[in-house]
Write a protein that binds this ligand. Structure first.
Ligand code: OAD
Length: 239
């Protein structure tokens, strides 16, 4: 059961912003990062998600991302992804800010998606920034012959500037801000719900667990996003 004030706020909202994290894709079969069976329990981020790790062993890093791309290509968006695509069509203005690199939101039909941590599909030249979206890993840049790398943000790196500016701008305008399936630990993305609240938004968290954001959220919808979000859509569209 979704609290009445959540539905009421959504019905009145002009602009809705949603921040998603790995938990949204968990029900599709994509591993999260910080859950007990998550990627960072099995792999070392400093080896696989840092410039130092890439320079030490580019082949290992490329292979790991190629494997993750293979995994996400072989799964389907779940009911939570589809519900967010439906929500976009139900409200006047909608921005989906995702930390996910799996493209499952777009495959579910979400349109206004800002990928603040990049994506697994593209590769980028480490030297000149040229982006190859050919869905395959070229080793060298076609423009400057620099080394190609996954177009994913690694620890210690800045977020893509234009995308981040758009995410902050949308967040400041939000009437309702969701934080869904994220442990709310990785900044600057984790700061967006606080920014939204400072600008007057009603903040809703969707997560089976509590996070550092939970005490600050106006509502915590406790449960898997693949269950909670379809329920929310059906209550929102009920007469
Ligand atoms: P985490 O793995 O840190 O957190 C996943 C969250 O999803 C946890 O809070 C879980 O409780 C929640 N969760 C698990 N199953 C869920 C479900 N079915 N429905 C809803 N929530 C569920 O993942 P992120 O917060 O996305 O960065 O991690 C943030 C960033 O850290 C990632 O983008 C990645 C990682 O290092 C980069 O790759 C740059």
């Amino acid at each position: 059961m979704i609290p009445a004030n959540v539905i009421e706020r959504l019905r009145c909202a002009d602009h809705v912003v949603v921040l998603t994290g790995a938990g949204v894709s968990a029900e599709s079969g994509v591993a999260t990062f910080r859950d007990p069976d998550g990627l960072w329990a099995k792999f070392r981020p400093e080896e696989l998600a840092s410039m130092t790790g890439f320079l030490a062993n580019p082949e290992r890093v490329r292979d790991w991302y190629a494997h993750r791309l293979h995994v996400v290509d072989s799964v389907e968006p779940n009911a939570g992804h589809h519900a967010l695509a439906a929500l976009e069509r139900l409200v006047p203005s909608f921005t989906l800010v995702t930390q996910n690199v799996d493209r499952l939101h777009q495959r579910a039909g979400s349109m206004n998606v800002l990928e603040v941590h990049g994506n697994l599909v593209e590769n980028r030249c480490n030297d000149c920034g040229w982006i190859d979206d050919a869905h395959q890993a070229e080793l060298q840049c076609k423009t400057c012959f620099g080394p190609m790398r996954p177009n994913v943000v690694w620890f210690g790196e800045d977020l893509p500037h234009d995308v981040w500016v758009q995410a902050e701008e949308a967040t400041r305008r939000a009437d309702v801000m969701f934080s869904i399936g994220t442990s709310a630990q990785v900044y600057p993305a984790a700061g967006l719900p606080y920014l939204a609240k400072d600008h007057g938004a009603f903040v809703i968290e969707v997560n089976p667990d509590s996070t550092e954001l939970t005490p600050y959220a106006h509502a915590h919808l406790r449960g898997p996003s693949g269950v909670i979000l379809p329920e929310l859509i059906s209550e929102l569209t009920a007469a």
